[in-house]
Design a protein around this ligand. Structure first.
Ligand SMILES: [Zn+2]
Length: 100
């Protein structure tokens, strides 16, 4: 009998749990790095952080939690792990990233 728990744990994407853990670690490290350059809290208007890179990192972490990470948000193609680990915050596949 197949172990459905393992299948679910792998998520809807093509990434292994090890790969997703590696990507999550990379994103968390990047978030920490960016937060060191954040303006003081009182300087952030309405809690909106304008830094696009930071928002991209948060968004990518959210997609990891949602299980939608690794799918291009434009064409819904699977993004290869080799690209994701280089640009973990990217929401686009290679082709869509190139035409952006
Ligand atoms: Zn795409």
């Amino acid at each position: 009998m197949p172990n459905t728990t393992d299948l679910l744990d792998a998520g809807p994407g093509h990434l292994t749990s090890d790969q997703r853990a590696e990507l999550r670690a990379a994103l968390v490290a990047e978030r920490a790095r960016l937060e060191r350059f954040m303006p003081a809290e009182e300087e952030v208007v309405d809690g909106v952080l304008a830094d696009a890179q930071y928002m991209a990192v948060l968004s990518a972490l959210q997609r990891l939690e949602d299980g939608t990470y690794g799918i291009c948000t434009r064409c819904h193609a699977q993004i290869p792990f080799g690209r994701s680990i280089v640009l973990p915050e990217s929401e686009y596949c290679v082709a869509c990233g190139a035409v952006r």
